[in-house]
Design a protein around this ligand. Structure first.
Ligand SMILES: Cc1cc2nc3c(=O)[nH]c(=O)nc-3n(C[C@H](O)[C@H](O)[C@H](O)COP(=O)(O)O)c2cc1C
Length: 222
């Protein structure tokens, strides 16, 4: 599976089997996390075999079951783009996980924050977590807004690369599926702006990664 297929096949999965993340899959996932941390300065961590973080009323209400593994998106409070960076690199890891045969779900609300086992320094905070493991299902397609409502380029003026990026942006996960972003073209690059809504900056980073990974053109946040 390549990254474009991973973008299409990724859906939020909330029910997991008890299979452990081991062997080559684990090694590749950890390698990707380490590379993301080196590049970004974030402190993203994989926590495995810990059922407690998703054993709360809120998580059961959110229909989560069997979540024994999660990725904690952690970084310095001093970074003014911490949420956006967390979204960007978290989505890179999510798509790598998809290519490794794993399933995921971004979770900013319905998990036990006080039970999260991440190692968090005094100057750091947990942005959110991502449930990860072998899903009992593959999830489903989310409803999406019209492409024309999320970008400032008309069909006739849209280069092929921009359309490819936009289609991947539409498939990106966003908090409560809000899709509060707007993408425009700027020469050979794209620019993305977050709207107002919960976790809109986190969404911005996620969508930006999907766009760039699909079409290979930079998408700058403004
Ligand atoms: C930043 C962020 C936070 C999210 N928080 C939660 C959450 O707290 N609980 C939950 O069940 N799903 C959560 N989700 C998953 C979204 O509901 C889901 O991504 C969206 O409905 C689109 O569906 P899809 O991921 O299957 O494409 C979150 C997603 C994002 C991107």
């Amino acid at each position: 599976m390549d990254i474009k297929e991973a973008i299409k096949e990724r859906h939020s999965v909330r029910q997991y089997s008890s299979d452990h993340i081991i062997g080559d899959v684990r090694t590749s996932l950890e390698k990707c996390i380490n590379e993301c941390n080196e590049e970004s300065g974030l402190h993203i961590q994989l926590i495995t075999d810990d059922p407690e973080c998703f054993d709360t009323l809120l998580s059961h209400y959110g229909k989560f079951s069997g979540v024994n593994n999660y990725i904690a998106i952690v970084g310095s409070k001093k970074l003014d783009n911490l949420e956006e960076l967390g979204g960007y690199y978290g989505e890179k890891i999510v798509l790598e996980a998809q290519m490794l045969g794993l399933n995921t779900c971004w979770v900013a609300g319905t998990y036990g924050k006080s039970k999260c086992k991440a190692d968090v320094d005094a100057n750091e905070k947990i942005v959110c977590v991502i449930a990860i493991g072998y899903g009992l299902n593959k999830g489903t397609n989310h409803k999406t807004k019209d492409l024309s409502k999320l970008c400032g380029v008309t069909e006739k003026d849209m280069p092929a690369w921009f359309r490819e990026g936009m289609e991947a942006a539409l498939l990106a996960p966003t908090a409560i599926n809000q899709q509060k972003f707007f993408i425009d073209i700027d020469g050979e690059e794209a620019v993305i702006k977050a709207g107002f809504g919960p976790f809109a900056k986190l969404d911005l980073g996620i969508v930006r990664y999907n766009f760039e990974a699909a079409c290979g053109h930079r998408c700058k946040a403004i």
